[in-house]
Design a protein around this ligand. Structure first.
Ligand SMILES: [Zn+2]
Length: 245
C-alpha cells in the first residue's frame, strides 16, 4: 500500500496519493491492480475501480489506507475496459454522491450509448481463434455484455485541470483506447497512468500492444508520458515506479 508522500507538512498543503493494492484471482491466476486515491482536505478522488464485484475488495484496501469509500468525492475512469470501470455501477449505487469523470470520447461507452470497443474487438477475432480458445473468448464477451452502464457526470479533455492537491491535470493518452486519459499531479511529480504505461519488475513500458485499439498510437503515447519531469508513476498494472530518486 505505497503512500507516495509521508511529509505531514506537504500533506496538509498538497494532499497525498495512495496506490492501493487490490489482490484477486481469476481464470489466469493470482493478480493485483493498483487503483489510486488522490486526496486533500476537501476531496478524495479514486482513479479506476476494478472489475464487477470488486466493491468489497476496494472497501478493504481503502480501509487499510485509512480511507473510507464513503469519503470519496469523485472517481476518474481512465478508459472503458472491464477491469477499470467494471465496479463503477456498484460503487455509484452504494455511494451515489460520487461524481464520475471520464473523457469526452470514453463517456458514451461507459454510459452504454456506444457499443464497447473491446466487445467489438473480441467479436471480430472470434472466428479466427483456435477452437480451444473460443470458450474463454465467449465467456469474456458475456462479461463485457453484462457490464452495467453508468452516467458520466463530468466529461473532460486533454489539459483539464481540477483544483485538488494544488492542481491536478488530465493528460490525454490515446492508443490503448481512443479516449484514454492519465492523471498528472504536478506538485507530487506523479503520473497515474491507467493502461497507458504498465510496470514489469519496476520497469515502465506500454501495455500489451495486442490489446491496444491503436498500437502505434499507444506506443507513441507511452514514449511521450515517460517525461523527465515525472518522479513517480502509479501504474494500474504493476504498481508504483520511482525514477530519478
Ligand atoms: Zn487494465
Amino acid at each position: 500500500m505505497p503512500r507516495l508522500d509521508k511529509s505531514s507538512e506537504e500533506h496538509a498543503k498538497n494532499g497525498e496519493i495512495v496506490a492501493m493494492a487490490v489482490n484477486f484471482e481469476d481464470d489466469a491466476g493470482e493478480d493485483v491492480i493498483y487503483p489510486a486515491i488522490i486526496s486533500d482536505l476537501r476531496c478524495k478522488v479514486l482513479v479506476d475501480c476494478g472489475c464487477p464485484g470488486f466493491l468489497p475488495k476496494l472497501d478493504e484496501s481503502a480501509f487499510h489506507a485509512g480511507i473510507s469509500l464513503r469519503e470519496l468525492t469523485h472517481v476518474i475512469i481512465t478508459h472503458h475496459d472491464y477491469d477499470h470501470y467494471g465496479a463503477l455501477f456498484e460503487l455509484k449505487e452504494r455511494y451515489p454522491a460520487i461524481r464520475v469523470i471520464a473523457s469526452e470520447t470514453e463517456a458514451p461507452y461507459i454510459e452504454g450509448l456506444e457499443k464497447s470497443l473491446r466487445l467489438s474487438r473480441v467479436e471480430a477475432i472470434y472466428d479466427k481463434l483456435p477452437p480451444d480458445k473460443r470458450a474463454d473468448a465467449l465467456r469474456f464477451q458475456k462479461s463485457l455484455e453484462a457490464l452495467k452502464p453508468v452516467k458520466v457526470d463530468i466529461r473532460v479533455s486533454d489539459g483539464a485541470v481540477f483544483s485538488w492537491c494544488g492542481g491536478v491535470r488530465i493528460v490525454a493518452s490515446p492508443g490503448h483506447m481512443p479516449g484514454h486519459i492519465s492523471v498528472l499531479v504536478p506538485c507530487h511529480r506523479t503520473l497515474i497512468t491507467g493502461d497507458a504505461l504498465v510496470a514489469t519488475n519496476g520497469r515502465l513500458r506500454a501495455a500489451n500492444l495486442n490489446y491496444a485499439i491503436d498500437a502505434r498510437e499507444a506506443l507513441s503515447t507511452a514514449k511521450k508520458l515517460m517525461s523527465p519531469d515525472i518522479r513517480t508513476f502509479v501504474c494500474y498494472h504493476g504498481g508504483v515506479v520511482n525514477v530519478g530518486v
